[in-house]
Design a protein around this ligand. Sequence first.
Ligand code: AMP
Ligand code: MG
Length: 649
Amino acid sequence: MAPTITGWILAGGRGTRMGSVDKGLQPLGDTTMAGHVLARLAPQVDAIAINANRNLARYQAIAGPGVAVVADHLGGYEGPLAGLQTGLLYCAAQGGAQADNALLLTAPCDSPFLPSDLAARLHAALVEHDADLALAVTLETDPQAPGAESRRQRHPVFSLLRASLLPQLEQYLATGARRMEGWFQSLRVAEVLFDDAAAFRNINTLEELQRHAPAAAATDIATATATATATGSDNDPLSVDQALRLIAARVAPVVQTETVALRDALDRVLAADIISPINVPAYDNSAMDGYALRGADLPQSDGVPVTLTVAGIAYAGRAHAGTVEPGQCVRIMTGAAMPAGCDSVLPQELAVAIGQDSVTIAAGSIAPGANRRLAGEDLALGGVALAAGKLLRPADLGLVASLGIAEVTVRRRLRVAFFSTGDELRALGQPLDDGCVYDSNRYTLFGMLARLGCEVIDLGIVRDDPAALEAALRTACNGADAIITSGGVSEGAADYTRDIMALLGDVAFWKLAMRPGRPLAFGKVRDGGASAWLFGLPGNPVAVMVSFYLFARPALLRMMGTTAAAAHPPLLRARAAAAMRKRPGRTEYQRGIVAPGPDGAPQVRLTGAQGSGILSSMTTANCIVVLAHDQGNVAAGDLVDILPFEGLI
Ligand code: AMP
Ligand code: MG
């Protein structure tokens, strides 16, 4: 049975460092700190509640109906551990027969930037390590000593724990102890390393609050309302970045994971960190074919060559037994273990003379310690070899194999349903009636989704008919995490598309400042208890691909559990081979062919006609030329941004 995760916002502190104000109620952006945390945590969990010890009515107003606000069972501001106890009691009260499977996810009310994959990553680690509790860890560098090694900082208030721990916690509290870390010592704790330390920033003083207010507004803690109200209009369309932010703030990674054989993990997303169980390499070894020797035996500064006696041979997989004495060396092959006593390797081509049993070395030929690979220099025992969120590529499979690990835990595949809309569409195999076109979008979408490793559910062609559209969306909700449709969202499209989508959930219809791909619908549709994210893409064949790459792909990658970096490939620069027309005030995505220019540096030319219906421009192209929002016409020789197709998918 799937676990139920209850989000538990810790807002019951005294706020001493803020002058005893109620921290969670402090205004930040267009809501309060607790409001931000609520908006970020709610999409990640099955249920949510706020733990507060005063101003309960005001917290209830933030939480809205149906969200509980619960005061500490202990009373007297006993600290976060008392809040935790109250949370576990709350789970027990809610869970009934399912309490065994219940989990509590805590987050403090003063951490408005908490990661959108907090629940998913902590849960994956909890399962992977069969732990009682999973907590977040970041690497912190000392701002006073920027070059110094970073240290692991645990964040006990960002914990996912089993509700069944209540009796243990009550015993611990009965001893009078109140420290979270103190109690954690008696538990099996899994640590999860998050690479974005800033996401765990908490706001402790009123001055900090003021400083962060603009950032909080900019990151737009997008609730459904925010998404739906930001529609864009003809005069003031939504920018590509605004739309990307609104989408990113809402989607969260799928929670379920599976353990698969290493080869089956190709192109899947790692669900928990892979910790190296060994040093790689496991022993010091030679990087060259040559002679292993003691660095102290190398020629001195007087420049007189040295001759060493060859005491044996070391092969890869067959070490030289015994210690090498001063004045001796060992013939050694690449990858062979360094013989005891030796710390340097002279490559054989640097020897000045090789006798029957001796080697002569000139002064200055190598430095002490040269050509030795140190145990653990590739991967150190206990270190994070691959971090959760990594999309596994061939090199990653090799790396995992080098650790002797045969199975890995990955997130489950996304299920994505898709269909085309339009009365004019004909399926392959049907005659092409007058005024009709073959449905090509379902094939491009199939290809793009398959490349992402999604399980695809092809719902065919849906007529421009309200009942058919509603039926298709309801079916899709029940089987899929996301739904991709094409057509019917543009101006002039039958109005019922909006009505139906609005009827089934909260879907925003945006006008975007981009070309191609001006219209886009995004939101959540529901049928009974089932729900799925909807990406309503425009119908034109090029617009479908561009909007998919820009908006659906990064969101799907987030849902697959990848890190934000993986979802957005970097733009590269190339020189324009010819002038390009561009209107400021919208981002344009033109189809380009990039190749080395006369000087060898990348040069890009357009594929010709750029109409959004001309699919052949996509097949001839090998990149998209991205002409930024504010940019005007491009002159031949100017540098432009490009997004190469290879690596995009
Ligand atoms: P729409 O967004 O529904 O107004 O469609 C815009 C244009 O894209 C129209 O010319 C449609 O015929 C075309 N179109 C829509 N869906 C498809 C499809 N699945 N395959 C090919 N062309 C399509
Ligand atoms: Mg249509």
